[in-house]
Design a protein around this ligand. Sequence first.
Ligand code: SF4
Length: 372
Amino acid sequence: MIFDPWSIEDVEDYDRLIKVFGMERVTKEIVERLPQPNRYFRRGIVFGHRDLNRIIKAIENGETYAVMSGIKPSGEFHFGSKMTAEQIIYFQKISSKAIAFYAIADIEAWEDNGLPLEKTREIAVDNLADLLALGVDTKRLYVYRQSEELRVLAWGAFFARGLTRNLLEAIYGEKHLGMYISAIIQVADILLPQHSSFGGPKPTIVPVGADQDPHIRLTRDIARKYDSLYNFIPPSAVYHKLQKSLGGEGKMSKRDPMGYLTLNDSPELARRKILRAFTGGRESVELQRKLGGMPEICVVYQTWLYHVEDDDLVRRVFEECVMGKRICGECKLQLAEIIGKYLEEHQARKERFKDYARQLLEERLMLKTLRR
Ligand code: SF4
């Protein structure tokens, strides 16, 4: 079964994904062992993992581990990327021994979207300012552009010897050569925390959307293949469910601007997007009152569930919806107000981080910070 991370639109059956690709399920017992589990764990949005126990043990034993992920600088930071960023921040915050690595995948932006490096430079600064405003600790952060990180480029070329075009085609389907190169560079990204210049082998957790699993599987294979040279520890991963496009079809993607919320949206624009969103409402208010809504197919409810922190409020939204006590128009307006306020606060914080984000990327400041 080919699972193409660049063009998969949605996952209908997460249980099947677990079974077919040999992931492990995130159980209640696992969540209970995590310190202060965030809402993605509390609400079952993180559904699968590989070797999460290794990270939990590192946390329990006070051992060093890395958390690694990144962003493709092809546009504004959308709420899907925000999920990954919040996961990085969570795994960084729960242990003083955690170091975060964040790749700006500018090579992938070229290979996948045809965006030249000069164009993605500014987008990357904006994306990084978002990550900083979300709360990542820069004292334990290494952020870099793929195109400038020689260790990643060199390892990419090195690992390519262990791969054939047939193997890559079996994982990703038929792609132009650049996409395969981009995939190999991502393998090097994921293994970078284990480079000798960062202290060598260490447990690494990679929080990603379910669609990114092919990269994880490939990296774990390469880690095993090159084990005798580097003693790699196969990276662990946690997988979150994909957020649907606001139109209700496919995943939230940068390819449809009205189909997703971004951290740059004005409260008014976010409000307009939410008001147009697909719901699980009935044909009429009367029917809604009688039968209740269908939050399980409602994109508005998914936005409540994935992005509103207050557990009691989200539970109430669900209950009122299924009991017919909630009408879609009011529900959307209430959500738009909460998201609008969040965006206002986030953007005020982000404004203060813009220069710092530029410095971090242009002057490679975090390298010095990390070595101190
Ligand atoms: Fe969705 Fe809210 Fe309508 Fe329920 S009331 S279907 S949660 S928009």
